[in-house]
Design a protein around this ligand. Structure first.
Ligand SMILES: [Zn+2]
Length: 211
């Protein structure tokens, strides 16, 4: 996590600091090493959000485009007491989940059900092959909208097949200045339709600053 409570303030980790997790209230310690993104770590993870993933540079960069108060918002289901930390919650009342690691279909369903109004931003460049295959898979303008492209997936992975199953909108980041909206995809024919948005427009649409 990027934020924890220290003496009532929501702060970023600094070497030697102890804090409290905004989600589960248990103790967290600042981890400020050389190799991983600086973060707060639980002494024990058992009581906290099982959906939380270790943050990569990619993850942290995306979150950083949004105001600090929009990042890592805790959501509580009033009926069940279930708690989760959303990556970003923007003023349009939409949760944005940044997903770098692959998740199970069950977890995908569960998160969509829990947050309701949400979109996914998926790290398509986590595996180098996917990034390369994606750019080989996109072809021809579909209409006179040059951002709207057809795709015939030549990759071996199930990246698109997996995310096609999402019921919320999925935007894929292949490490360029664009995000690609996965509009439709047929896992049998491996054909689909994608639309690119400049990252800057995408981020600004949701109230962030792209830099
Ligand atoms: Zn926690």
């Amino acid at each position: 996590m990027r934020y924890a409570f220290v003496n009532g303030y929501r702060v970023e980790p600094k070497k030697g600091l102890n804090g409290t997790c905004p989600c589960c209230n248990s103790d967290v310690i600042a981890k400020c090493g050389n190799f991983k993104v600086h973060h707060w770590a639980h002494k024990t993870r058992e009581t906290c959000d099982p959906w939380w993933e270790n943050e990569s540079e990619w993850h942290r960069t995306w979150k950083s485009y949004f105001p600090s108060e929009n990042q890592e918002r805790v959501f509580i289901d009033e009926k069940t007491g279930e708690r989760h930390i959303a990556d970003v919650y923007v003023d349009k009342n939409v949760v944005i989940e940044f997903q770098s690691y692959s998740i199970s279909a069950e977890e995908m369903d569960a998160r969509e059900l829990f947050y309701q109004q949400m979109i996914w931003v998926v790290n398509g460049a986590k595996r180098d092959f996917d990034r390369i295959y994606f750019h080989q898979s996109v072809y021809g303008p579909h209409t006179d909208d040059t951002y709207l492209r057809k795709i015939r997936w030549v990759g071996r992975s199930k990246l698109l097949a997996k995310w096609e199953a999402a019921t919320k909108h999925v935007y894929m980041d292949f490490g360029t200045d664009l995000v690609w909206h996965l509009i439709e995809y047929d896992p049998d024919t491996k054909k689909g339709l994608v639309k690119a948005y400049p990252k800057q427009k995408f981020v600004e649409f949701f109230g962030g600053t792209y830099s």
